[in-house]
Write a protein that binds this ligand. Structure first.
Ligand code: F6P
Length: 544
């Protein structure tokens, strides 16, 4: 059960505050100097990833107290409740069982007393059959031509997960089919994605959990019109459109045969859905076998999360570090820095996963939270990011904990370029942690006036996640790692990480404003002065 206890009155919380005050001046260089086994003590290996969190402002006591806090918040019981299919998404009264999407066929996972795993595998098998047909060319377009481009129409979790993963696993994807993702209601997104495509060779995946999302349905209608303008006959829709949704009725109403629909369930949240049929574009790209390897990676992390003791449980460790920085050391943002070009969409994916999940200010029972919750998450791949915003990470006034993500081997080895990439990652983490003192700078002969500018304070924390190589399996591990991190933080903050009421108000207001912008005559306006003025200005500019 969610808790009614006061977080800040828990003995572990109080102890952490005292511990913070007592250790605040302890620098990372001193922590390393004082413990020759620090790197070993604060690292672990899970499912092919080596995780090193030794460059954090923590020691064993910090981690022990944080784990104690997690225990006091009932984390083990909350984990068990999630895996047992209990309705832990309290504000929507739903189970949260994305872990069932990667459970092997023989496993039992129950929602309302029903084993959901057979249904998961039924959909996976249908997806596999469909993907094989498209990839082999036996699923053809209306005129008999093979599919050369797949366009996923979806937004949020119905876009970010599959777009990120399809990009991430491009090294394993067929090159015979091109994959595009249209999410924005901005007409430019659709126009540019389809500009030079041949409708006879294009397959649209309309991907929407609810099948009511304005952006996706608008783009789906645009796609149907674009397709029918060329192919003329309504029957073409059946060969060029498939749906991924939980809402069969709305799919049928839109005109897509539900025989061409791949379903999932209300116990899969949008931002946790990449391992469901929402991953159809990914399966089309990498094939069913590799998609199963991707699921196996997620499953490996699910098993680790479910069974490892809290202090050695990687998602829990990352979550606790996040709570430490957010609530005890005042950090407001968190940077994710993949040193792997294929992961360039990973920070954007994590933004939704983390910020839509934990950007909350009320607890399960409606009381305000007592402390800060999820930070802003942001990032870009290295080394590009080094030449963009690392200045702030090294010398800015904000504390920004970083996750560096890399792989020992590249999917595209070329001379020593990959060593160069990894050297940059290690150099950045080292520079952030240990900096360069004014004395060291002065000893290099730097003029006194420039010494403050050229000194690096250090003590800037980072985690290094090092895999062997980016593969479907390792990507699965990585995604599930962050999914469970987010869940763990939600438990500590006692918030519902699986709802997203904060996106609703804007959605309610937009249709009314749209009708005011489109009205043939100037409509009476009753917004605030600024909104009214902007509506009038846009109307004027669009008419002139
Ligand atoms: O607006 C937020 C949201 O509900 C996300 O949580 C979700 O991933 C996205 O919209 C898309 O929703 P759907 O898959 O139902 O179209």
């Amino acid at each position: 059960m969610p808790t009614s206890q006061r977080l800040t009155e828990l003995p572990a919380w109080r102890a952490l505050e005292r511990h913070r005050d007592a250790t605040q001046g302890r620098r990372l260089c001193a922590r390393f100097a004082g413990d020759p086994h620090r790197a070993e003590r604060f690292s672990t290996e899970v499912a092919g990833f080596f995780a090193d969190w030794s460059r954090h402002r923590v020691d064993e006591e910090t981690m022990r107290l944080l784990a104690e806090l997690a225990e006091a918040r009932g984390l083990p019981a909350r984990m068990a409740a999630m895996f047992a299919g209990e309705r832990i998404n309290t504000s929507e009264d739903r189970a949260v069982l994305h872990v069932a999407l990667r459970a092997p066929a023989g496993e039992r996972m129950l929602v309302d007393g029903r084993n959901v795993v057979p249904g998961v595998h039924e959909v996976l098998d249908r997806m596999a059959e469909f993907c094989t047909r498209v990839r082999e060319g036996s699923w053809t377009g209306h005129t008999g031509r093979p599919i050369r481009t797949v366009v996923n129409l979806g937004i949020g979790g119905s876009d970010l997960g599959p777009a990120m993963a399809t990009q991430a696993l491009r090294a394993y994807a067929t090159r015979a089919i091109e994959f595009r993702f249209v999410s924005n209601v901005d007409p430019t997104d659709f126009a540019e994605a389809t500009r030079e495509l041949d409708p006879a060779e294009t397959l649209f995946l309309v991907c929407s959990k609810t099948f009511t999302t304005l952006e996706t349905l608008t783009n789906a209608r645009a796609a149907r019109a674009w397709c029918l303008a060329a192919l003329k006959e309504e029957a073409a829709v059946a060969r060029h459109f498939v749906a991924v949704s939980t809402n069969a009725e709305a799919v049928a109403e839109f005109g897509i045969d539900t025989a061409n629909m791949f379903g999932f369930w209300d116990w899969v949240g949008g931002r946790y859905s990449v391992s469901s049929a929402v991953g159809l574009s990914l399966m089309l790209a990498i094939g069913p076998g590799r998609f199963r390897e991707f699921l196996a990676g997620m499953r490996a992390m699910d098993e680790h999360f479910r069974s490892a003791p809290l202090q050695h449980n990687l998602p829990v460790v990352l979550a606790l570090l996040g709570v430490w920085y957010t609530d005890f050391l005042g950090a407001q943002s968190h940077a994710v820095l993949p040193y792997e070009q294929y992961l360039r969409r990973f920070p954007a994916y994590l933004q939704q996963l983390e910020m839509e999940s934990n950007g909350k200010s009320v607890q399960h029972d409606g009381r305000p939270v007592e402390v800060d919750t999820g930070p802003s998450v942001w990032g870009e791949p290295g080394t590009d990011s080094q030449h963009a915003f690392f200045q702030l990470l090294h010398q800015g006034t904000h504390l920004v904990p970083c996750d560096f993500i890399a792989f020992a081997r590249s999917c595209n080895e070329r001379g020593q370029q990959h060593e160069l990439l990894l050297a940059n990652l290690l150099a950045q983490a080292e520079a952030l942690a240990f900096g360069k003192t004014p004395d060291e700078v002065a000893a290099e002969g730097v003029p006194p006036g420039l010494v403050p500018h050229r000194s690096f304070p250090g003590d800037r924390p980072s985690t290094i996640l090092l895999g062997e190589q980016l593969t479907p399996f390792s990507l699965g591990v990585l995604i599930a790692l962050y999914e469970h991190k987010v869940f763990t933080q939600g438990v500590l903050w006692n918030i519902d990480s699986f709802d997203q009421w904060g996106v609703e108000l804007g959605k309610q207001l937009a249709p009314r404003i749209a009708s005011e912008l489109c009205a043939p005559e100037d409509p009476p306006l009753s917004h605030d002065d600024s909104t009214n003025g902007l509506i009038r200005r846009i109307r004027r500019q669009r008419r002139s």
